[in-house]
Write a protein that binds this ligand. Sequence first.
Ligand SMILES: CC(C)(COP(=O)(O)OP(=O)(O)OC[C@H]1O[C@@H](n2cnc3c(N)ncnc32)[C@H](O)[C@@H]1OP(=O)(O)O)[C@@H](O)C(=O)NCCC(=O)NCCS
Length: 144
Amino acid sequence: MPHLAAEVADRVWRAWWKPNGYPLEHITGLVQNNFNSAPLPFALVAHHGSTFVGTASVIVSDMEERPQYTLWVAAVWVDPPFRRLGIGGAIVRHAALAAFATGAETAYLCALPARRRFYEGLGWSLQEQNVGDHLLDVFTLKTV
Ligand SMILES: CC(C)(COP(=O)(O)OP(=O)(O)OC[C@H]1O[C@@H](n2cnc3c(N)ncnc32)[C@H](O)[C@@H]1OP(=O)(O)O)[C@@H](O)C(=O)NCCC(=O)NCCS
């Protein structure tokens, strides 16, 4: 479903790139790569028929400041009408399991402190705080 790649690019751009002045084209290639590459990086898409619902990606590196950490669950997004139904949690769980399926023993994730309750509620452990210019939390989840 190629249109889902375009929707992922649109949401990721609006949430994280457009506010910093980047054009949509800056992100479309990166997102397309998440659909074409094997085994990494990759994007997961939740959809209801042809309706885009949400997404997350598993990528090799997400923070310039922490090149030693890999793999990362990134670009977690659920469209507003579908929020608070448990879908975001389910996407993050699937993404972590997919990361572990590639052989990773630890998954990493960075987020604004406002998301701390969400990720801790999903079993992720706060590893570091105030990382990088955006003062992000870094979380880890270990395979069992
Ligand atoms: C963060 C985000 C992905 C969460 O998606 P979601 O589908 O709403 O997530 P869930 O439904 O699994 O859980 C969200 C919250 O709703 C709660 N919830 C879930 N179902 C609920 C229900 N039926 N009634 C009340 N609350 C509910 C969860 O417990 C969770 O609570 P919390 O805010 O205390 O953590 C979504 O809000 C989003 O896309 N935000 C914008 C982008 C963003 O911030 N992404 C994260 C970047 S790190």
